[in-house]
Ligand binder design. Structure first.
Ligand code: UDP
Length: 311
């Protein structure tokens, strides 16, 4: 049993992490300003004694009690948010990362930074291993996220090298599951929300671009395996099962209503062409690999969206 601080604890991945930690009997302080997080995610966890929720903006100074771990998971992460919340995203990944790292240092706690596959940009190397430095447009619309996560990684590496911070960096690839916001704007919540409403499914571009989707329970397993390891270099966590965006739309259509139309809309600027994690490092150093097949993860996610829509 240990004490954890989780920034972004009301968010999608954050709340699943918090739930797992509470279920294991730990004490958790979840911090969130509810910008893209959801108070309902915290309310769901009220059954656990060990939870304390504080509504704070972690890009501004805040107090942290004694703790063993600080997990900095707060950040809007949908491309729709890149246009809506550009300055908030850059703040939480730069100053927010600095403040969380300082809090961990002050408490002698281990620190984890949630980085992203977006550090690889529109990759010229496939699949993406951690040694690839990436291909990011620093002036494009995705830069607010990509570059601030890259800066966050640089900051954490400097804290580790020069200040002795006990730090871990996870590069999170596309993740899906219950508690994604239905209006999140990302592919899977869009497709499921559209399908359940009987609306056409939107595919951007010709749908031949690829992604590799990881179910959130696998993601939580991977993040915690890294946290509790002695691996200080960045580690990819994601599911290497790659598919086209069109194939994902077809999967959701089959699962909900085979008669739904698929409509093609313009491809967003700088949309990465291909993405697939090389998870050799996670497999060899952490003994981690994803376990949930996409059909099973999708079925669980659709069931949750259905329940939420009916509630
Ligand atoms: N996409 C799509 N239809 C949608 C939403 C997204 O075809 O309604 C595409 C998007 O252009 C990208 C892929 O799905 O190629 C994954 O997009 P998402 O926003 O989920 O995350 P990304 O991996 O781009 O950050």
């Amino acid at each position: 049993m240990a004490r954890y601080v989780v920034t972004g604890g009301a968010g999608f991945i954050g709340s699943h992490l918090v739930e797992r930690l509470l279920a294991e009997g730990n004490d958790v302080v979840a911090l969130d300003n509810l910008l893209t997080g959801d108070a309902e995610n915290v309310a769901l966890l009220a059954q656990y004694d060990g939870l304390k929720f504080e509504e704070v903006d972690v890009s501004q100074p805040y107090g942290v009690a004694e703790t063993d771990y600080v997990l900095h998971v707060a950040s809007p992460a949908s491309p729709v948010d890149f246009e809506r919340l550009p300055f908030e995203i850059m703040a939480v990944n730069s100053e927010g990362t600095r403040l969380a790292a300082e809090a961990a240092l002050a408490r002698g706690a281990r620190f984890l930074f949630a980085s992203t596959s977006e550090v690889y940009g529109d990759p010229e190397v496939h699949p993406q291993g951690e040694d690839y430095w990436g291909h990011v447009n620093p002036a494009g619309p995705r830069a607010v996220y990509d570059e601030s996560k890259r800066f966050g990684e640089a900051l954490v590496a400097a804290y580790r090298r020069y200040r002795g911070l006990d730090a871990r960096v996870v590069r999170i690839f596309n993740t899906y599951g219950p508690r994604m916001r239905p209006a999140d704007g990302r592919l899977i919540p869009n497709l499921i929300s559209q399908a359940l409403a009987g609306e056409p499914l939107t595919v951007y571009g010709d749908g031949t671009q690829t992604r590799s989707f990881c179910y959130v329970d696998d993601m939580v397993d991977g993040i915690l395996a890294l946290l509790h390891s002695d691996v200080t270099e960045p580690v990819n966590v994601g599911n290497p099962e790659e598919m086209t965006v069109l194939a994902m739309a077809e999967l959701v259509r089959e699962a909900v209503d085979g008669s739904l139309e698929i409509v093609f809309q313009p491809l967003p600027v700088d949309d990465p062409r291909r993405r697939r994690p090389d998870i050799t490092r996670a497999t060899e150093l952490l003994g981690w690999a994803p376990r949930v097949p996409v059909a099973e993860g999708l079925a669980k996610t659709i069931a949750w969206f259905r329940e939420k829509a009916g509630a």
